[in-house]
Ligand binder design. Structure first.
Ligand code: SAM
Length: 603
């Protein structure tokens, strides 16, 4: 049942007209149920006065929900066709069809041009200028994210414009009715200028043919009138060397960043008017890690994140160019109040399974996180980790450190030994590590099992003891990203120490072992799928680095030790049993008065 409907003010006046053609309505329902449409779209499809339409849909068992019923999902002018019998959704998994009817001819020509240019540009050249032009479907999607309401004049910036695919998608999106529109397209590659000019002919466009970084820094310093209401961009991706002139130029306007893509976005944010909007397709790498901290801070200080779109497949956005990069689309609004964030997803650039959900900002950037990692929740279910009380401890609060294994094998080839001898210590690789356990030596692995003790290698050795280790790399296909094991001293006999290879992260206490219970507690906790899911929300790579493990939240040391003790006595450890144990123990400790009542549900 749709709740609260009776008390709602009537949205449309009561009609006094004969019924509308039912087959028209049924066909509309079959293609648009549970989807967002616009008032204009309904009107166009049915050419009927809205109040009559509403009544006809009611007869078919559907109603149009509006921004009043679903303020978190719908904006003014948007409607959601929803079954009367179902509860009003407060989060949404639907496909938007609001921008389907855009004029196609000019975009077809530009798409053809893009394919030609892409075909005739060599891989080296593409890599040199980061020249991966955006296919039409993705360009349309980026343009569809801008709000069309409220602003009349538009000054649009397209930095690194290529042949203008993004700008044309913006111009031809019927939702975006601005007037006048002034365009500034900046493209450094002279070979593209003619195509760019052709794409944008008959528009009010200025093509800037110089380096965007140089140009934007000049505008910011000397031309306060050069500001924009909208920026749409697919910037080049390339590292910027620490001592390069680009890096020095960026510092003149207080931008500290390591890649061209973040530099382009940072400059664009600074060039936006207050209330201006930016939509960009960029790699996901800025969401975590120390190198992009300053860039994240700039985004969070100067803009509100309104939407993030994630493609499930890493290849999908630029499949013609074989770009294996995890890309996201992000929509920002300058100087706006940060509210909930829409997270949308699609398997690829056909957007056939596009779905969107709304999340509290605190689920995107954790309030206590000094690193300000940007998490992208990948499921509609709220993160289980957030629901357990007491999972609030940092690693340093546990008195535990984590380090990358110090032995880089190809640098110490002369000190590697396939099997142990009197003069070696065990050398541990991921190949020795299983789920909460380890096996050593392994005669049939390709790697060495031991490291020769010498002056050069002594500094890397850890004393024999219990440790928890986590593999640094997993393949995209592997089920879990975080894979933890316990290293137990009993495995090794009488040895002088342990060496950890660089593909492992090691949990230790001041370079010494930790208690057996704590090692097991940590390992079991890290191996749960709720930690793994949580980790995936903010880490797009398949790498798990020590910094990432330092960013996680853990149960208290006391609970981890209890968990370890319990786990060591269990014959079989299943995910379900671990989760039950965690729930019961955390609740008992932190919410002793909570009574859990099960309410029988009618559905
Ligand atoms: C990833 S492509 C995207 C092109 C276009 N925005 C699109 O979406 O199809 C990046 C573009 O930026 C241009 N570019 C690279 N470095 C630049 C610079 N420093 N200043 C201006 N343009 C640059 C490249 O030549 C390339 O056309």
């Amino acid at each position: 049942m749709i709740m609260g409907r009776k008390n709602k003010q009537l949205l449309y006046p009561s009609p006094a007209k004969a019924a509308i053609d039912a087959t028209k309505i049924q066909s509309f329902v079959s293609s648009h149920a549970r989807k967002i449409v616009t008032v204009a779209h309904v009107h166009e499809a049915l050419s009927e006065y809205m109040p009559f339409v509403q009544r006809a849909f009611n007869k078919e068992g559907f109603a149009f929900l509006t921004e009043y019923e679903c303020p978190k999902i719908l904006k003014s002018g948007q409607l959601l066709l929803w079954p009367l019998e179902e509860q009003i959704p407060h989060r949404l998994v639907v496909r938007s069809v609001s921008s389907v009817a855009v004029s196609c001819e000019r975009k077809n020509i530009v798409e053809q041009r893009r394919k030609e240019v892409s075909k005739h540009t060599g891989a080296d050249e593409k890599a040199k200028l980061g020249q991966f032009l955006t296919p039409r479907a993705t360009s349309d999607f980026l343009a569809s994210l801008f709000d069309g309401r409220g602003k009349r004049e538009c000054r649009l910036l397209d930095p690194g414009a290529g042949i203008g695919s993004l700008t044309i998608a913006f111009l031809e999106n019927e939702k975006l009715q601005f007037s006048p529109i002034k365009i500034t397209a900046c493209e450094i590659d002279t070979k593209l200028h003619l195509d760019l000019a052709k794409t944008l002919e008959a528009t009010d466009t200025e093509i800037i043919t110089s380096d965007f970084i140089e140009t934007a820094v000049n505008w910011l310093q000397f031309e306060p009138e050069r500001r924009f209401t909208h920026v749409i961009l697919n910037p080049p991706y390339k590292k910027i060397a620490t001592s390069s002139s680009a890096r020095n130029l960026l510092r003149c306007v207080d931008i500290e960043t390591v890649n061209l893509y973040s530099a382009f976005v940072a400059l664009s944010i600074k060039l936006l008017d207050d209330g201006g909007q930016l939509v960009a397709i960029i790699p996901r790498s800025f969401c975590n890690g120390p190198y992009y901290k300053s860039f994240r801070k700039l985004i969070l200080r100067e803009t509100a994140i309104q939407q993030i779109h994630l493609f499930d497949s890493r290849k999908s956005a630029f499949k013609d160019d074989n770009v294996l990069q995890e890309n996201i689309v992000i929509k920002l609004e300058k100087c706006a109040k940060q509210g909930d964030v829409l997270i949308s997803m699609s398997a690829d650039d056909t957007f056939h399974d596009y779905h969107v959900s709304s999340f509290a900002f605190s689920e995107i950037v954790k309030p206590l996180d000094k690193e300000q990692f940007i998490h992208i929740p990948t499921s509609c279910a709220p993160c289980q980790l957030d629901q357990l009380p007491g999972l609030t401890h940092s690693l340093s609060e546990l008195g535990v450190s984590v380090s990358t294994g110090p032995v880089v094998d190809f640098r110490v080839k002369d000190f590697l030994s396939r099997m142990p001898t009197r003069l070696t210590v065990p050398l541990l690789y991921p190949a020795h590590c299983g789920l909460n356990t380890s096996v050593w030596p392994k005669p049939d692995i390709k790697k060495s099992n031991a490291l020769i003790i010498a002056d050069q290698t002594k500094k890397w050795l850890f004393p024999l003891g219990y440790y928890c280790v986590v593999k640094r790399f997993s393949s995209k296909e592997e089920k879990r990203r975080i894979s933890a094991s316990v290293i137990s001293p009993g495995t090794f006999g009488n040895v002088l120490g342990l060496a950890f290879e660089n593909h492992l992260n090691v949990f230790h206490e001041e370079k010494k072992g930790i208690s057996a219970e704590l090692a097991y507690g940590l390992s079991v906790y890290l191996n749960t799928s709720f930690v793994d899911n949580y980790f995936r929300c903010f880490n797009g790579h398949t790498q798990v680095n020590a910094t990432d493990l330092r960013q996680l939240f853990y149960p208290s040391r006391e609970i981890l030790i209890k968990l370890g003790k319990w786990a060591m006595t269990q014959e079989e450890l299943t995910e379900e049993r671990i989760m039950d144990w965690m729930r019961a123990t955390c609740r008992e400790k932190y919410m002793p008065n909570l009574r859990v009542t099960t309410i029988a549900s009618a559905c």
